[in-house]
Design a protein around this ligand. Structure first.
Ligand SMILES: Nc1nc2c(c(=O)[nH]1)N[C@H]1C(S)=C(S)[C@@H](COP(=O)(O)O)O[C@H]1N2
Ligand SMILES: [Mo]
Length: 328
């Protein structure tokens, strides 16, 4: 008889995957009949990571020598850093599968050359290579907590560019209200993108006020080196006062607009995930409590903090917003 031993820090699958599998199952049942008709082969009954392929040879990272970035003293943790080895093996990245073990599949993503398209309500639309961007903008390391809507958390050193400096670089028009970020679209490499259950590419957005706030960060690295592919290489958003699904990985486009974007999880589960998604222990997810969180790596349970402990920096962003679901 096979006994699956779960490390003590691991969350039982049933708890760890609600964002995700529980909803998908429901969606899946509903979607199956129709979806299978227009996307034969995409609607796989088992979708927990894909076939193992040897990763293709990858181009070198010309910015690798810039790491480690100088650590900012402004961001203190109230817990230990999650060991890198644990973070590298516990990820959400639906493009590569719905389990936490997508690291191997994610190695197929080519991350050089990599450009970011800046478009919409800006002085001048343009496309910029990530390595040029890193030469022009400030680089630093920040220690942040990281809280998934599934009620687990980590803490880690991110290396990257303050988002407010990126926004200044992009020169949005004063009429722009939102910034919309999208992940690459390449179903040949990311088989999850063949699934009809989500509106690919992964899309997330912030208000301009959020994007230019102190904490919003574009990570190009973690743990003192370039970002691992499973963590969102070569560049991903990090907004630590919000649930993890806001922090979109592998960004290829940034658009400025005056319309609130339709974001991937808000489209997939509108009753469960919204645009704002600010962490709040008192606002439960429709299917589970957010009062506490489990620290990945130790298994310790801690009370969830309002805005994930960053209320001092971000609460003022929301004080005049009325009649909106700010915490889901
Ligand atoms: N493109 C993309 N970005 C994504 C996701 C995803 O599936 N695809 N998952 C999100 C979720 S739900 C979380 S919790 C974090 C996980 O980041 P990590 O794997 O570095 O912990 O990435 C977010 N960004
Ligand atoms: Mo998440």
């Amino acid at each position: 008889m096979l006994i699956r031993r779960t490390p003590s820090w691991a969350i039982p699958e049933s708890e760890a995957t609600p964002e995700h599998v529980a909803m998908n199952r429901r969606l899946f049942m509903g979607a199956l009949a129709g979806a299978a008709a227009f996307a034969p082969g995409a609607a796989k009954a088992e979708w927990f990571g894909f076939g193992k392929k040897a990763p293709p040879p990858q181009a070198p990272d010309p910015s690798a020598g810039l790491y480690p970035f100088k650590r900012s003293g402004a961001y203190k943790l109230d817990r230990g850093i999650t060991p890198e080895s644990i973070n590298l093996g516990y990820n959400n990245y639906y493009e590569f599968g719905t389990s936490k073990s997508i690291a191997e599949d994610a190695q197929a993503l080519p991350i050089r050359p990599w450009t970011i398209k800046i478009s919409g309500m800006v002085e001048q639309p343009r496309e910029v290579a990530i390595d040029d961007l890193m030469k022009q903008l400030p680089l630093e390391e920040r220690l942040y907590r990281h809280r998934c809507v599934e009620a687990w958390s980590m803490a880690l050193p991110w290396s990257g560019i303050p988002m407010k400096d990126f926004v200044a670089f992009a020169k949005p028009l004063s009429s722009a209200k939102y910034v919309v970020m999208k992940t690459f679209l390449n179903p040949d490499v990311a088989e999850g993108q063949a699934s009809p259950l989500f509106d690919w590419p992964y899309t997330e957005g912030l208000t301009i006020a959020e994007a230019t706030s102190e904490l919003a960060f574009l990570a190009t690295g973690a743990y003192g080196k370039p970002l691992a592919r499973q963590m969102g290489a070569p560049i991903r958003l990090v907004v630590p006062w919000k649930y993890g699904f806001k922090s979109v990985k592998a960004i290829v486009s940034v658009e400025f607009t005056d319309k609130r974007p339709a974001t991937l999880w808000a489209v997939a589960g509108p009753g469960e995930y919204g645009f704002w998604a600010n962490v709040n222990p008192e606002v439960a997810h429709p299917r589970w409590s957010q009062a506490s969180e489990k620290l990945i790596g130790t298994g310790e349970s801690r009370p969830t903090q309002l805005f994930n402990g960053y209320a001092e920096q971000v609460a003022s962003l929301y004080k005049d917003i009325k009649g909106e679901q700010l915490y889901r």
